[in-house]
Design a protein around this ligand. Structure first.
Ligand SMILES: O=C(O)CCC(=O)C(=O)O
Ligand SMILES: [Fe+2]
Length: 229
């Protein structure tokens, strides 16, 4: 288990739709991941965002088997997040529950034909950005995901802020800009979250993206818990 104040994470996710774990990865771990972008044998596919009008920049999905540290991190983050996700299921009146371990959840994904790994490394240069999106890859959706900033803001790059939008029914949208240092992890909803209303919780629709990188190079590690069809 990752030693962290998960109650605070739950409160921030419930209150604002995002939470930060400072220094989840060390500078050496961040540099290791960022450098591994240049090792094609680690990845199953590469996406140039401009080709799909997803933005500008590129990313690669890791292949199975994941690097051991990444597989362990994905499994360790899943467990406390599954408890939060099950609280959201209850709040929204959904009957389905997420199993306590990531191995069990992956078995469900694989049985449903979602067998391809979704953890990814992203790479942005000057002028690159990531349009607002949702990382949905099939019917099975684990409702929370994690992104770790691998580069040093102000030193390796400028600009390139992580942003979230929250679309509320019949109301104007709300935005969060999440300040991150190297190694910080942001936890956020994949697509929806419950917000407490006077007549009980309602669903809001969330998207995330990255504003334009003004200079330098920015790398991120994305950890998504459902696999892809
Ligand atoms: O580069 C970022 O900060 C966002 C990455 C992203 O879209 C993701 O991890 O799903
Ligand atoms: Fe994403």
């Amino acid at each position: 288990m990752i030693a962290h104040d998960w109650e605070r994470v739950r409160e921030e996710l419930d209150g604002f739709g995002c939470a930060v774990i400072p220094g989840l990865l060390s500078p050496a771990e961040c540099d290791g991941y960022a450098q591994s972008y240049a090792r094609p044998e680690l990845f199953r596919s590469r996406v140039v965002m401009e080709r799909f009008q997803f933005g500008r920049g590129e990313y690669q999905y890791f292949a199975y088997p994941l690097p051991p540290g990444l597989a362990a991190l994905r499994g360790a983050l899943y467990e406390p997040l599954a408890r939060i996700a099950n609280g959201w299921q209850r709040a929204l009146g959904e009957t389905g529950r997420f199993p306590p371990t990531h191995a069990e959840y992956l078995a469900r994904c694989h049985a449903a034909g979602q067998t391809r790994p979704t953890p990814l490394l992203l790479q942005y240069g000057a002028g690159d950005y990531n349009c607002l999106h949702q990382d949905l890859y099939g019917e099975l959706v684990f409702p929370l995901q994690v992104a770790v900033l691998l580069s040093r803001p102000g030193a390796d790059f400028t600009g390139g802020e992580f942003v979230l939008t929250e679309q509320r029914p019949r109301m104007q949208s709300r935005v969060e800009v999440v300040p991150l240092a190297q190694g910080d992890a942001v936890i956020f909803p994949v697509s929806q979250r419950p917000v407490g209303g006077t007549r009980g919780p309602y669903r809001v629709n969330m998207r995330h993206g990255v504003s334009r990188v003004r200079s330098g190079t920015r790398h991120t590690l994305g950890i998504i818990f459902h696999d892809a069809a």
